[in-house]
Design a protein around this ligand. Sequence first.
Ligand code: SAM
Length: 192
Amino acid sequence: MKEKYCFEPSKTEVILNNTISYTFLKDYFKSYIDEKKVDLSHRVLDYCCGSGILTYCILNFTKNIDVTFADISNRWLISSRRKLKFFGSVRSFKINSFEELVCGGSYDKIIIHYSLHDFPKHLQGKVLNHALDNLHCCGSIHIREPINNSHGFKLYEIIDLIEKLKNIKYNYKLSKNIIFGEYIDVDIQYYE
Ligand SMILES: C[S@@+](CC[C@H](N)C(=O)[O-])C[C@H]1O[C@@H](n2cnc3c(N)ncnc32)[C@H](O)[C@@H]1O
């Protein structure tokens, strides 16, 4: 059965999130992208892009990288397209269901930032397997998710999810910052 989702942020949520992401949090997003070592030869998917700030940081860092940003929300996509229209090498993709994660396939890097915990639990593994299907051999998935008591994953839940994936190597790191609290970074490398 196809899983259909149709939820949209309010206009206020979009305005507030955009304002904060593109100003106060810009350095935070920029340093996250710096850590992931994106380069000109990479095809990148910013999955669940929201405001588009991660795509913006990738392109600001190195113009002409082949980046696709995707989201299930029309309102987020319209807003991020507006922010990213000045970059030539960028593509956007509207996701309607989990079967549509394909987004053109063959990525070198798929970035999933603060989004996987929003998916229904029984679909999180499916999303990651779809993401793996869309990677080049030796491509990687970079996930950052909250692991606070009140919000996000429990540590064992996300590790369990990753452990069930096939043909991967991964490492993870736990960190904390004043804005987001505790979070986990998981870098997954795919091999066939
Ligand atoms: C918390 S926001 C994170 C946005 C962005 N990655 C960031 O860190 O700023 C979660 C995003 O996931 C999107 N989303 C939720 N479920 C989705 C799905 N099934 N497919 C694609 N995007 C989805 C939402 O519309 C929202 O833009």
